[in-house]
Design a protein around this ligand. Structure first.
Ligand code: PMP
Length: 404
């Protein structure tokens, strides 16, 4: 049984007032709040071991390097990657996807196909469009139904020996749909295509297992899983990472440089040019330790309870329609209220201390599918409570009265 008060006490921001009201933070899909251990670890790094890594022989540089590499090993363990050098530090999901899409420019030719899904965040669409423009490859889209579920029969039809890479999210940020990625990975491999999974919305809720999933790439951001902003992970299978060219040139990613020719460093450094977000990398490990100390079973249990309670309570509101009703969902409820623009609702309930996301959630094609300008999205985390959902429902009713 979750001790919610104890957990909430770990997050100092949750006891704040916003606009004179106790904060209800339901924008976890955009970024999660940070526990005190994470905040302390950032400060401890700068107070005690701040130095550049992989360079100095001096003690602080070695301490910082060790802490950074220990964190990489923690990530490896957390996602069950086979090799440590398959875990690359990036600045976040967006960077990871761009790195892979850029690398595929050296592989694709005109006539090849790239598959994305109708459920993607813009950051898992635009880099692939740019890749197709550069190479003459064609972008194809796996469609979805009105529940916001991807159509697997259509996916099977779209896959062919022309498909070179499939890019799909594990969980949709806009609707919360959990996609059947194991099926999609297996099917992509049957036609010889690579597959990248955008795990940005998955890692706060589940522990993805790279060796079991057998995907070629898996990307995520630290800031959605209780870690700091500006750090993320690109997992890539060794063979693919060896095949792809470096993304950025600079310090740290070289073996030897002359004006005639440069040779590149071994993995993972080949993809880690320049001084990274050292504090962020180290503290991502702290965030992972924190999530594991709560336990992913507990996290999922609490979030499912919030999803069920929230769905039931929100549907009591007249004119409220939930967008995205997939059979398998995470703790995200996207909705519209008849006759009222999401932005107006968001602004009014903000005055009541409630933070939700309104708009297209960087997923305009999804909004186009449902023929709406946007939704109001409440995304719950394990530190949220049913009492907070009651406050949301009350606030929505109030906003509805004011606006209609
Ligand atoms: N993909 C998905 C599914 C997301 O939810 C997000 C963040 N909203 C991203 C990609 C981009 O993540 P970041 O901005 O951290 O790079």
């Amino acid at each position: 049984m979750i001790d919610i008060l104890k957990i909430r006490a770990d997050f100092p921001i949750l006891s704040q007032e916003v606009n004179g009201k106790p904060l209800v933070y339901f924008d976890n899909g955009a970024t999660s709040q940070k526990p005190q251990v994470v905040i302390d670890a950032i400060s401890k790094y700068y107070q005690e071991i701040n130095a550049n890594i992989h360079r100095g022989v001096h003690t602080l540089s070695q301490l910082a390097t060790d802490a950074y590499e220990i964190s990489r090993a923690k990530v490896q363990d957390h996602i069950n990657a086979q090799f440590l050098h398959e875990v690359l530090f990036t600045s976040g999901t967006t960077f990871g996807i761009n790195l892979v899409a850029n690398g595929f420019a050296s592989i694709l030719k005109a006539g090849d196909e790239v598959l994305v899904s109708a459920l993607e965040h813009h950051s898992n669409i635009v880099p692939w469009q740019m890749l197709c423009e550069k190479t003459g490859a064609t972008l194809k889209v796996i469609p979805m139904n009105d529940q916001g579920e991807l159509l697997m029969a259509e996916y099977d039809q779209l896959l062919s020996d022309k498909t070179k890479i499939v890019a799909v999210n594990h969980i949709s940020n806009a609707l919360g749909t959990v996609n059947p990625i194991q099926y999609m990975i297996d099917k992509a491999h049957q036609v010889g295509a690579a597959i990248l999974i955008d795990g940005a919305q998955a890692v706060p809720h589940i522990k993805p297992n790279m060796q079991e999933l057998d995907c070629d790439f898996y990307v995520f951001s630290g800031h959605k899983m209780c870690g700091p902003t500006g750090v993320g992970i690109l997992y890539g299978k060794e063979a693919w990472l060896n095949k792809l060219p470096p993304y950025q040139g600079g310090g740290e990613m070289i073996k030897e440089v002359t004006f005639e020719k440069t040779t590149y460093a071994e993995l993972p450094h080949k993809f880690e040019a320049g001084t990274p977000n050292i504090a962020g990398g180290i503290v991502l490990g702290t965030a992972i330790d924190y999530l594991n100390s709560i336990g992913f079973d507990t996290i999922q249990e609490q979030e499912l309870a919030l999803l069920n309670y929230g769905t039931k309570r929100l549907l009591e509101i007249e004119g409220l329609k939930i967008i995205g009703t997939a059979a398998i969902k995470t703790s995200v409820i996207s909705f519209t209220i008849d006759g009222i623009h999401p932005y107006d609702i968001g602004s009014i309930i903000d005055k009541l201390g409630i933070a939700v996301r309104t708009g297209h959630h960087c997923a305009q094609p999804i909004m186009n599918h449902f023929n709406i300008p946007g939704t109001i999205r409440a995304s719950f985390s394990f530190y949220n409570t049913t009492q907070e959902i009651d406050r949301l429902v009350e606030a929505l009713k109030k906003a509805q009265m004011m606006l209609s």
